[in-house]
Design a protein around this ligand. Structure first.
Ligand code: FMN
Length: 300
């Protein structure tokens, strides 16, 4: 995925830049604790408002050590973990963006306004954003769903699970549900573009306009089933476009069935409008709501 590659490199640049910079600054402070190597002698009085200043801030030894640990070793560790393809590297890289912002907030409080602090605060914020996007992308790239192991799915069941899923998060929920209910399962497919970043925006367009997204006919006969479980991700506070299309095309048939709906979403709450939209056409006997974050579904 292109987005992942770009943001991975950007995060690495931030981690190395901040990490090496902090290592350089901290070492310079330790070599010359009076701050003369960095021409920071005149800044020392500003530190005196901090707690324990009489012990910790009489020279640059403690600030140097703190800088090396908090912004130096930390960011370099994150960078190495990212290079070793470890997920924790992305988590740490994101957290250390936030740490840098906190560090600079202390500087905002004790130093007079200056360009360098403002710039580094912006770097921290950017690192946080870049790290988060890289982490989300990492999870998307590495999320693998296998249909194996759902041994109770039954093609001859009277219950059918119908689902749509872009990134397979909703697919996993649908499979767990079908397995529990010993139901049959079928996927809604569309010829519209739904994959990748472009697909996200394209789906967003359908979501914003509450448009149905045309789906291919299903290769199952709905009349065979007495209960149908619809499993849909939320797109812009409503069901996804393909599910809207499926309901619109089959509402007369669905009216005679027991209908359950499972919504999957990112926000920790389910927008009530999503239920209401479906209830305009069909009666729902049970609603479930799942929250998925970074590939992890709570209450799965
Ligand atoms: C176009 C689009 C719009 C979305 N809008 C919302 C939203 O309004 N609220 C929300 O909680 N999640 C929203 N999401 C997030 C998805 O519901 C969530 O990521 C879900 O896990 C996706 O499942 P899937 O990958 O199986 O399709 C949106 C996702 C897409 C693609």
């Amino acid at each position: 995925m292109k987005r992942f590659k770009v943001f991975r490199v950007l995060l690495l640049i931030f981690c190395f830049f901040i990490g090496l910079g902090a290592l350089y600054g901290g070492t310079a402070m330790l070599i010359k604790p009076d701050g003369s190597l960095l021409r920071m002698e005149s800044m020392l009085p500003y530190f005196q408002v901090l707690p324990f200043a009489d012990i910790l801030f009489q020279d640059y030894t403690f600030p140097g050590i703190a800088l090396i640990i908090v912004n130096g070793v930390s960011n370099l560790t994150a960078a190495v973990l990212i290079l070793c393809k470890k997920r924790i590297g992305y988590v740490l890289g994101t957290i250390f963006g936030f740490t840098l912002m906190l560090w600079i907030i202390i500087q905002f409080v004790i130093f007079p306004a200056n360009v360098l602090s403002t710039l580094y605060f912006i770097f921290g914020a950017l690192q946080l954003i870049v790290g988060y996007v890289a982490l989300v992308s990492y999870n998307q790239v590495n999320f693998k769903f296998s249909e194996d192991g759902y041994q109770y799915i039954d093609k001859n069941s009277k219950t059918l699970v119908v689902y749509f899923s872009r990134m397979q998060f909703t697919k996993r929920i649908a499979y767990v549900k079908a397995n529990r209910e010993h139901a049959n399962i079928v996927e809604l497919k569309t010829k519209e573009r739904t994959e990748g970043t472009l697909g996200f925006w394209w789906c967003g367009r359908f979501g914003m306009h509450k448009w149905p997204m045309e789906t291919y006919p299903l290769d199952v006969d709905l009349n065979k089933y007495s209960k149908i479980i619809l499993v849909t991700p939320i797109w812009v506070f409503r069901m996804c476009g393909p599910m809207r299309d499926f309901i619109a095309k089959n509402k007369e048939t669905l009216k005679n069935k027991e209908i359950e709906v499972v919504f999957n979403h990112f926000n920790p709450w389910l927008p009530k409008g999503a239920i209401k939209e479906i209830e305009k056409d069909i009666k729902i006997s049970k609603v479930e709501s799942k929250t998925t974050w970074l590939g992890h579904t709570f209450n799965l």
